[in-house]
Design a protein around this ligand. Sequence first.
Ligand SMILES: [Zn+2]
Length: 71
Amino acid sequence: MADNADRAAVTIQQSLEAVLARRAALATQATNSECDDCGYPIPAARRQAAPWATTCIECQGIRELRGRHVR
Ligand SMILES: [Zn+2]
């Protein structure tokens, strides 16, 4: 019984570490705090809503408009 509990604890610990490692990797990818296009800081609210965003809302809108024109 004790063995099983120990093994379960180790498994939980390992999955927790895997999750935390993945989160840390995501966090480093989302450190873009400045817009790629205009260089102004991206508002924290936008970074929270869209952590993958590399541009501010204005530049994102411009990119989308450009994309539509290209198509
Ligand atoms: Zn911008």
